[in-house]
Design a protein around this ligand. Structure first.
Ligand SMILES: C[S@@+](CC[C@H](N)C(=O)[O-])C[C@H]1O[C@@H](n2cnc3c(N)ncnc32)[C@H](O)[C@@H]1O
Length: 269
């Protein structure tokens, strides 16, 4: 396991409830497009990798698919069992998952490849699990970050808080967080008919919920907050409120632009 994988594993541990309340609704947006891209319909043997609290698994079940889901974190797997009671949910981690070669018609991973230390090895594992002719579909966040994901870092900089080095992949394992970069990762893994696109939308959230996720240890921004003394965190929160103001509706909910990258490919026969 790489140092990045160890960091990620520790980050998610115990985070299922906070994730469900805060960032899971954000991750849910591309779920239907992801399942469409992977060709998931009634009867498809579908694997949801890094299922988290089970959003994608539950949607796949609603399509009539035969769903298996897996997550590295046992708390996430437990939450997925509740959200998607018809799915077979296991604990397991990329790049070595506990399933037979070619066992699935479709394999999806919603915002998971951005949490693994060796993305190429993860793609190879997704391909191993997919039958010849079956499809893989994945999403990640783009870089540079969209407005929503850049707000907290901007607030940290605006108040002059100490910069914090975020954990990064080893350079030799990293790839461009663009449509071309993600599609290239799938193509380099031997997939054919690879296509990619960017999905743009506005995420509706309160600043309180967005803050609760970061303060609760979810996402890279949480590393920035954890490194700050309490008084500094209060100033960052106030600055975040100010930055979010232009997006706030009369109901107090903000609609902030964000985006995801979606790529898909076929496992050769
Ligand atoms: C951003 S969450 C996405 C959860 C879910 N796919 C969704 O869309 O709501 C990332 C998930 O990937 C899981 N994860 C992180 N590293 C993993 C790995 N190496 N193998 C499997 N799951 C992993 C985390 O535990 C977490 O549940």
């Amino acid at each position: 396991m790489t140092a990045f994988d160890s960091y990620e594993r520790a980050q998610w541990r115990g985070g299922a409830d906070t994730f469900a309340r805060t960032f899971a609704p954000l991750c849910a947006y591309p779920a239907d497009a992801l399942l469409d891209a992977a060709g998931v319909t009634a009867g498809s043997r579908t694997l949801d990798v890094g299922t988290g609290t089970g959003t994608v698994a539950a949607l796949a079940l609603a399509r009539g698919a035969v769903v298996t889901a897996v997550d590295a974190d046992s708390g996430m797997a437990a939450a997925a069992r509740s959200a998607a009671p018809g799915a077979a949910v296991r604990v397991g981690a990329l790049p070595a998952l506990p399933f037979a070669t070619g066992a699935f018609d479709a394999v999806v991973a919603n915002f998971v490849l951005n949490h693994v230390g060796v993305p190429a090895a993860a793609v190879a594992e997704l391909a191993r699990l997919t039958r010849p002719g079956g499809r893989i579909a994945v999403t990640i966040w783009p870089y540079p970050p969209p407005r929503l994901q850049s707000l907290l870092g901007e607030a940290v900089r605006a108040i002059g808080a100490a910069p914090v080095a975020l954990p990064r992949l080893a350079a030799e394992h990293d790839f461009a967080r663009t449509v071309a970069g993600l599609s290239g990762l799938l193509a380099a893994g031997g997939l054919t008919e690879v296509t990619g696109r960017q999905l743009d939308w506005r995420h509706r959230t309160t600043v309180a919920d967005w803050w609760a996720g970061a303060e609760g240890g979810i996402g890279a921004a949480s590393v920035l907050l954890a490194a700050q003394p309490a008084a500094t965190r209060d100033r960052i929160r106030a600055e975040l409120d100010r930055l979010a103001e232009p997006y706030r509706g009369t109901d107090g909910v903000c609609a902030i632009p964000t985006a995801a990258l979606l790529a898909t490919g076929t496992v050769p026969g």
